[in-house]
Write a protein that binds this ligand. Sequence first.
Ligand SMILES: CC(C)(COP(=O)(O)OP(=O)(O)OC[C@H]1O[C@@H](n2cnc3c(N)ncnc32)[C@H](O)[C@@H]1OP(=O)(O)O)[C@@H](O)C(=O)NCCC(=O)NCCS
Length: 158
Amino acid sequence: MGSGEFTVRPAAEDDRRALAALFAEVAEERDGIAAEPPIDVDQLAAGWKIEGTVVAVAAGAVIGEIRVDPTWMGFGDIGMMVAAPWRGRGVGSALVAAAIAWARARGLHKLALSVFPHNEAAVALYRKSGFVEEGRLVRHVRRANGQLWDLIEMGLLL
Ligand SMILES: CC(C)(COP(=O)(O)OP(=O)(O)OC[C@H]1O[C@@H](n2cnc3c(N)ncnc32)[C@H](O)[C@@H]1OP(=O)(O)O)[C@@H](O)C(=O)NCCC(=O)NCCS
C-alpha cells in the first residue's frame, strides 16, 4: 500500500535501528510524543516490538511508523510518528489505515491512544480515521522543563 512516493509494509527485524533513530529524532522536537531526549537508541532498537509495527518507507529509508500494542483486555494501544519532512503528505493516514487493518485481522475490538491537546495534526488525523475523544487526563505528563501537560484519550471501536 502507498501513494507512489512511499510504501507501507509490516516492519522487519532489519528496521530496528531505523525505527529507534526516527523515534530519537522526533523526541528531539519535545512536542508530539511523550518521550524526550536523551533516548538510548541502542536499547530502544533492541527492545522494539516488531510484531504489530508498520513502517512507511521511501527510497529505502523508514520515514514513518505506527505500532499497535495489543493488551490482554482486547484493545490495542497505538503510537506513531512520521519524519518531519514527510508530514502533511498522507503518510500518517496510510499508517493509521494499515494499523486498523492489522488490528481487525488480529481480532482486537478497539484501538486506543493518548495525544497532547496542542497536537492539532495528530488529533485531526485520528478524528479523520474515525477515533473519538473519550476523556482528558489533566496535568498528567510532567515534561523535562517541569511543565504539566494534559492528555486526550481517543478510541476507535473496530
Ligand atoms: C501526527 C502525525 C503522525 C501526522 O502524520 P502526517 O503524515 O502528517 O499525516 P497526514 O499527512 O496523513 O495528514 C492527516 C490529517 O491530519 C491533518 N493534518 C495534517 N497536518 C496538519 C497540520 N499541520 N495541522 C492540522 N491538521 C493537520 C489533516 O486533517 C490531514 O488530513 P487531510 O490531508 O485529509 O486533510 C505527524 O504530524 C507526526 O509524526 N507528528 C510528530 C509525532 C506525533 O505527534 N505523533 C503522534 C503522537 S499522538
